[in-house]
Write a new protein. Sequence first.
Length: 158
Amino acid sequence: MHRILQLLEQDARLSPARIAEILDLSEAAVRNKIQEYENENIILSYKTVIDWDKTERDSVTALVEVRCSPQTGMGFDELASRICSYPQVESLYLMSGSFDLTLIVTGRNLLDISRFISENLAPMENIISTSTHFVLKKYKDVGVNYNPEDGREDFRND
């Protein structure tokens, strides 16, 4: 049944009827399994990937490396929870290696991101240092190739 998850990850707009057809299952079985995945928080959300560069909306993305000290008895969890509460933070990962956390941050422009880091992130207790890398061009994001001829299978209109 993991194939249901793979299909939904590729295209969240697939209907249970279409998934059932692709996998040769009953529509009821697919609906039940999707509901089960949602109830167990295996499916966390349904998102649309948008190429904001093709719209009039200004958007800048940055990857921020953060070195921090873990909190006694909590490790990085409480700090990560505080960082996640900011709407600018799209993703947050605990890392191995020379820094502790990686953030994917978005803003309208470089100044927005700089302000977020200097006014909100860097002053937090337990933050030792940050290093910011601005995304210049997206080629692939969350498994989606930004080239319109990306060769992905499209099961919606079979």
